[in-house]
Design a protein. Structure first.
Length: 146
């Protein structure tokens, strides 16, 4: 099962780009926000399972490390994405909103202490939906068409 999720994560991490095409910084940023969130969710589930199996004393440190690394990765690629919409101030503001929303989603990856599995799943789904809405607003303002 762990191998399956790793394969899914790798697939999301690599945008389908032809050799002759340049990587779009906006696509890269969007894919990385999704990938980093997925990886931290997987790390969270793994850490919790390792605590339950007695292999780990505390699940919090691995979760925090993952979130910190993910935020650093997004911080590194955000300027290129912002530069891509620099001439569209409203789109740039919405990209900033998406970046802030993505950071909030990452920070919310760790489950709350009294949260059930179902409650966790509902909260994560709601965070993803909000993030998708912010991205959709950005695409509309930036004039991005599929």
């Amino acid at each position: 099962m762990k191998k399956y999720w790793f394969a899914v994560a790798l697939t999301l991490a690599q945008p389908a780009v032809h050799a002759e095409e340049k990587s779009d910084p906006l696509d890269t940023f969007r894919l990385q926000t999704q990938f980093q969130t997925l990886m931290c969710r997987m790390e969270t589930h793994t850490a919790i399972l390792e605590v339950q199996l007695g292999k780990l004393d505390d699940a919090v440190p691995p979760m925090r490390i993952c979130i910190k690394k993910a935020k650093a990765e997004l911080k590194n690629i955000y300027p290129a994405a912002l530069k891509a919409v620099a001439k569209k101030p409203a789109a740039a503001k919405l990209l900033k909103d998406y970046y802030a929303s993505s950071l909030t989603v990452l920070e919310g990856v760790a489950p709350n202490t009294s949260e059930t599995k179902q409650g966790y799943a509902v909260r994560q789904d709601a965070a993803d939906a909000k993030n998708r809405e912010v991205w959709n607003r950005f695409e509309i303002e930036a004039g991005i068409q599929d």
